[in-house]
Write a protein that binds this ligand. Structure first.
Ligand code: ADP
Length: 269
């Protein structure tokens, strides 16, 4: 009977432990949901005033012949630059919140790589014009049309390219695409910039990671861009990676299936 009582007691103890673990898991889930909701609410709320700042700054810069002095025009340029940066960060936070809440939608469509590359070339022209770097898009040869989410692919490449340009003050950023194993495409963004120390390369795709070395002199950003790239690539059935040598440059790549299964169409929205 004593053994029985002891066993009962142990059972009770194990059950209580389970209940406590369950309770803690529920609390953690709730805290995580709260954090995602807060992130998404905050990002939404930031967007409206930011939009106003951006459009007023644009109005002022468009009226360059107006009453603004050169110094004032320069200041307005800083305002729009800072507002654009902030707006990119807010977009990253919003995407992170959506991914965490499982609310990211994948919308595959057929598209030509050439069209994606020309859109990216146009998007980066104003940025490249202001630097001493060149941005080259190699013509994709022998690649069929893709059936995937072109907006997500564009977002991944945009991130790679804008990082490459940030860390390549002079030199070249080269974007290319090639067929891998017959049914995948590998996009590479190669730069001849400052490179990334080997011991930091494996953490760059984690949330909020930035290289804090004297060479990088803390270029502004959230440290979220590459983590979002990795998560988007995962949602599209692919993966990301990098090769980098300090002082020589970096290559970031993303490998994706050429075509998503048609049923991915209506995903987890
Ligand atoms: P951020 O918003 O800070 O750019 P990312 O996740 O896109 O965040 O990048 C994380 C960090 O990785 C950057 O802050 C930078 O330190 C490093 N990094 C990314 N791309 C490059 C590159 N092409 N050359 C050198 N460093 C890079």
């Amino acid at each position: 009977a004593a053994l029985r009582a002891e066993l009962d007691e142990t059972n009770q103890g194990v059950l209580a432990l389970y209940a406590e673990l369950d309770n803690q898991a529920a609390q953690l889930r709730e805290a995580s949901e709260l954090k995602s909701r807060f992130l998404s609410y905050m990002s939404h709320e930031f967007r409206t005033p930011l939009g106003s700042i951006l459009s007023i700054a644009r109005l002022l810069t468009d009226e360059m012949d107006g009453p603004l002095t050169d110094e004032q025009k320069k200041q307005v340029g800083f305002v729009s630059g800072a507002a654009r940066e902030l707006s990119d960060m807010v977009d990253d936070l919003l995407d992170l919140a959506k991914i965490e809440a499982g609310r990211i939608t994948i919308s595959p469509a057929w598209f030509e790589l050439m069209d994606l590359f020309s859109a990216l070339r146009g998007m980066f022209r104003p940025i490249v014009d202001g630097t001493e770097a060149t941005l080259v898009f190699e013509s994709p040869v022998g690649l069929p049309k893709l059936y995937t989410d072109d907006k997500k692919v564009s977002q991944i490449l945009r991130n790679f390219i804008s990082n490459a340009l940030k860390f390549t003050p002079r030199g070249e950023v080269r974007v290319s695409a090639s067929l891998v194993e017959g049914d995948q495409v590998c996009f590479t963004v190669r730069d001849t910039g400052i490179g990334i120390p080997e011991e930091l390369q494996h953490v760059l795709f984690e949330d909020f990671t930035q290289v804090d070395s004297p060479l990088q002199k803390r270029v502004r950003g959230t440290g979220l861009g590459l983590s979002l790239c990795k998560q988007f690539a995962g949602l599209l059935g692919g993966s990301v990676g990098l090769h980098s040598v300090v002082g020589e440059g970096s290559s970031f790549f993303v490998t994706l299936p050429l075509a998503l299964p048609a049923e991915a169409n209506d995903d987890q929205a």
